[in-house]
Design a protein around this ligand. Sequence first.
Ligand SMILES: [Zn+2]
Length: 324
Amino acid sequence: MRRMTGKTSTKGRNHLSFMFVPHKGGVRTIRINNYRTTLLSITAMMLIALLTLTGYTLSVVKENKVLKVQHQQEIELILAQKAKLEDYIANQTNQLIENAELITAASTSKTISENAIQQYQAEYENMVVAYVDNNMGTIQKVSRGSSKEMSFKESLSELRSLLELVKSAKLSEDDTSSKIHKKESELTSFLNALPTYWPVDNSTTIHSGFGRRLHPIYKYYRQHDGIDIGSKAYPNIYAAGAGKVLEAGRTGGYGNYVVISHGNGFKSLYAHLSSYNVKAGDWVQKGQKIGKMGNTGTSTGTHLHFEIHVNGVPTNPTKYLEKR
Ligand SMILES: [Zn+2]
């Protein structure tokens, strides 16, 4: 069925005609007058308006619910991002502060020197403690909170680099600089006094080491309190460290010999010399010539018998001597 609406005019009166055109059969027409049409139209319009408004209201309410959830999620997301951002900013600020401190520290050589002094003061104290304990094989490195064990020679080279750092620092004349210079000269004389200088030129061969051995002359096992450094010629013998000559003389066993005290409980002994050029009471520098290698005393060939004593106890000199 098709429905058609249209306005028709009959005898001058306005009315509405609904014309039904069935697919089968004749056309039917329903005629509605104007006033009823108007009323119906208004009602329909109101109904449509009400339905639309209701639908709209419902959809708005529904949409608001969705929006509210979305909004809540967005708020949570923003809050999370805000928290992250705050953390990031706090972190950045801390880094900035740290960097600023580092930069300030680096810009003042005084601060560097103070740190260096604290460092090598700790190293120095460690080493002094180690002497007293007569345990120079390894030094417990505690000054930097590390449990790493390091050899005496490693510790020595670290002390030297710290000294270089302090020497290179630009200092103004005040309490700090005088403190630093005092420590610097302390450390310098400390390092000079240590018996670390290899006492023979061009000969680093140890023919007989420290410890128990079959004695080459007495032919029985006994403690060898030093090391034997051999050479075919009669090279110069040098003081292993700065110090005071305690003895310079001759005995049956040692032949011509020299003993030097280096302080801090250290002594060094040089035996079988062909000659010596120092006397008891002399002050010698590290590396200063004190005599010539020889074959005096109970010796089977030209060599230097060299000992280091720490607090009166013979100790293996290879722990201290630096080959050159
Ligand atoms: Zn020997």
